[in-house]
Design a protein around this ligand. Structure first.
Ligand SMILES: Cc1cc2nc3c(=O)[nH]c(=O)nc-3n(C[C@H](O)[C@H](O)[C@H](O)COP(=O)(O)OP(=O)(O)OC[C@H]3O[C@@H](n4cnc5c(N)ncnc54)[C@H](O)[C@@H]3O)c2cc1C
Length: 402
């Protein structure tokens, strides 16, 4: 299993229980993925069940290369050592990351991802009495706003770019989600949740001091210490693409057993499109079962179908409005690692051409941020994925130790 979020842990527990010899790898030191980051009874419980069934867990291990002949190359956090691991069946449960879009001031210290600030706080950073604006799009904003309020932050407002009408229709067609959203709204307290608004600019001298918020008609300033801003989630597809698995849009293509187009390679959770934690758990169980040689049950298949239908409705409800795609000015930085500005690439016809003209996507994040941003802004298709997926020492590339 690559990934120890809900999908990977469910897959590991199921496959191990069915008698498969299971190894779980995750680049994070602790299991749980994004939603169960930090001490989590859910992650600990699932891992415990998987281990009792014989699964072995290795945290702090990033898969940076793989081939469909059944080999993975793994490095530790230092990126200085590597190990080769063989597999007969593989489950890709690599999850998702946030989509960041450039706008004036987005590189100021104090501007972070919505899930990014949540992860910092779960890792020990304090936000007590700090004023935070949460902005962008998607259900994560409400979850982050509620979490930060519970941690003692003063949440100035949550700005959701999607209009009220679209979200209202989605919520009224999804009673289960409505209940969860109502609980989070309650936890957010008296802080406003504003529909149809977005941050147009982040302002400050050396650090963030305020943001300019707009609803398209009026603009106003909100003083803040932090801007937690993300425009939804995008699946992590690099490893699937490296293996040669077919992808469509932002998702790995699978059959009804969740086997990808590469025989013996399965996928589950956000790698199949953004679906939420319940969907990740169901798909993890399905992929774990199929990888262990037992067809997933009809009950699981039916639950998955319902959850996937809801995720399509959710994607429509939170679709990005054109205004947020045109916030950046020609001088705005697009690639934060390599300081590439919008004006340097906006006339390129493809991501590849932009990379030939500049160092776009060639820094330490290897295009994880600017690649997604430029595809969203300019409609470019992703470039071919090549190893290593993360920067590693040259020595790692030649090591063959197993
Ligand atoms: C930043 C962020 C914050 C979120 N916060 C919330 C929240 O508060 N509430 C909520 O309901 N949902 C939240 N979500 C959504 C939630 O993560 C998903 O609904 C659910 O966790 C998906 O589970 P998963 O197992 O598919 O993926 P994830 O939980 O993302 O797990 C994927 C795992 O794969 C690992 N991985 C990826 N690539 C590699 C590699 N090459 N080598 C080794 N390991 C790898 C990652 O380290 C990660 O642990 C958040 C998502 C993100 C991106």
């Amino acid at each position: 299993m690559v990934g120890a979020g809900p999908a990977g842990l469910a897959a590991a527990e199921t496959a191990a229980r069915l008698g498969a010899a299971v190894v779980i790898l995750d680049e994070n030191a602790a299991p749980g993925g994004q939603i169960w980051r930090g001490p989590s009874p859910e992650a600990a419980g699932l891992l415990d069940l998987a281990r009792r069934a014989g699964a072995r867990w290795f945290g702090g291990c990033t898969v940076f290369d793989a081939d469909p002949e059944g080999r993975l190359w793994v490095t530790d956090v230092s990126g200085m050592q590597s190990t080769r691991i063989g597999f007969e069946r593989l489950v890709l449960a690599t999850g998702a990351r946030e989509r960041f879009l450039p706008f004036p001031g987005w590189t100021l210290p104090g501007v972070v991802g919505a899930g990014g600030l949540q992860a910092l706080v779960k890792g020990g950073a304090g936000v007590e009495e700090q004023r935070v604006v949460v902005a962008g799009s998607g259900p994560l904003l409400l979850a982050v706003g509620a979490f930060l309020a519970e941690q003692g932050a003063e949440v100035a407002c949550v700005c959701e770019q999607a209009p009220l009408g679209r979200l209202g229709r989605f919520i009224s067609a999804s009673p289960n989600l409505a209940l969860g959203a109502a609980r989070l709204r309650l936890a957010l307290g008296s802080s406003p949740y504003r529909f149809g608004t977005w941050v147009a600019e982040a302002c400050g001298r050396d650090r963030l001091e305020s943001v300019v918020v707009t609803d398209g008609r009026r603009r106003w300033r909100e003083r803040c210490d932090w801007l937690a801003c993300g425009y939804g989630l995008v699946p992590n597809l690099e490893l699937a693409r490296l293996l040669g698995c077919k992808t469509k849009g932002d998702a790995v293509v699978t059959d009804s057993d969740l086997q990808t187009t590469i025989p013996g390679v399965f996928a589950a959770g956000e790698a199949l499109g953004i679906g939420g934690v319940e969907c990740a758990l169901v798909e993890g169980s399905m992929a774990g079962s199929a990888a262990a040689g037992k067809a997933p049950s009809r009950e699981l298949r039916e639950r998955r179908e319902g959850l996937r239908r809801a995720s399509v409705r959710m994607a429509d409800a939170f679709a990005l409005r054109p205004e947020v795609l045109s916030l950046a000015s020609p001088e705005t930085i697009l690639c934060r690692c390599e300081d590439v500005r919008i004006e340097q690439v906006e006339h390129a016809r493809s991501y590849r051409e932009a990379k030939l003209l500049t160092r776009l996507g060639m820094g330490p994040c290897q295009g994880r941020i600017c690649g997604i941003a430029s595809q969203t802004l300019f409609g470019w298709t992703p470039d071919r994925v090549r190893p290593p997926l993360i920067p590693v020492s040259v020595r790692c590339l030649g090591e063959e130790e197993e």
